[in-house]
Design a protein around this ligand. Structure first.
Ligand code: MG
Ligand code: MG
Length: 263
């Protein structure tokens, strides 16, 4: 397996792509309100990303019919933007990829639309985010990919959440999906070894119920088998000597012209 070590020039491009992904999340968050359609969110993302001189990584990727993936409630990932409206209390998952000068960033985040339907959903989001950061905390020069999955799985088990196994994190670089696979389960000191300069996406997909999933007839949308809700959190990170650098940072500031005025 060839896990590519990125040079400084490539890393700077990956930083730019990642920064725009973080900004796009921040930009779209302003529009997450009951009544907006997922297609409207998709078009807003596309316009925003292209206005910053980048392209949408997922647009047309393997034939995907959208610019970003938008999944709701029991949909795990790969939801196709459409004319359905989001509703109060929905769990909305935005999976955004942007490409800058040939290099990608990839980050998914889960949001509750307006007021949550129940505490279970709020906890699911908090715990899945915790699993993401537990996975990231296992990363440093010389770590094993299995260390990451093990750390994610430990949090999932602590909270009795289903771990989706069929879909995994991945290397990121001049393609959005590269070696290695980064599963959300695994054994410590197993799997490929990561080194400083590698770039990967860690992305736990955790379910309130069963880990089992199925694909809709649309050929894309992945849902939980039992219809219970699912959450998805993802960052693209650079492996460093003693840890990791988040490339798809969320503590980024929108330009004033990208902020919408409150009505
Ligand atoms: Mg993603
Ligand atoms: Mg990904």
């Amino acid at each position: 397996m060839n896990i590519i070590k990125r040079n400084e020039e490539e890393i700077n491009k990956l930083r730019e792509a990642g920064k725009l992904v973080g900004l796009t999340h921040k930009y779209l968050q302003q529009f997450i309100k009951p009544g907006i359609t997922t297609k409207e969110l998709d078009l807003l993302a596309k316009k925003f990303i292209e206005s910053k001189g980048c392209t949408c990584s997922f647009e047309g990727l393997y034939g995907f019919p959208g610019s970003i993936c938008i999944s709701i409630n029991d949909e795990v990932v790969h939801g196709i933007p459409s004319h359905r409206k989001i509703k109060e209390g929905d769990i909305l998952k935005l999976d955004i990829g942007a490409c800058f000068e040939g290099y990608h960033g990839d980050s998914a985040w889960s949001y509750i639309v307006g007021e949550p339907n129940n505490d279970k959903d709020v906890k699911l989001l908090k715990e899945t985010e915790e699993a993401l950061f537990a996975g990231l905390a296992a990363i440093h020069d010389g770590c094993y990919v299995g260390d990451i999955g093990h750390a994610v799985e430990k949090v999932a088990h602590k909270y009795n959440l289903g771990v989706v196994k069929e879909l995994v994190g991945h290397g990121v670089g001049d393609k959005v999906h590269m070696d290695p696979d980064v599963p959300n389960y695994g054994k410590e000191r197993k799997g490929p070894i990561l080194h400083t300069g590698n770039v990967i996406a860690v992305e736990p997909m955790l379910n309130l119920g069963t880990a089992n999933i199925y694909q809709l007839d649309d050929g894309w949308t992945i849902k939980t088998q039992d219809g219970k809700n699912s959450a998805h959190f993802e960052h693209t990170v650079l492996v460093t000597d003693d840890g990791y650098e988040i490339l798809t940072r969320r503590d980024v500031e929108l330009d004033p012209e990208d902020k919408i005025k409150e009505a």
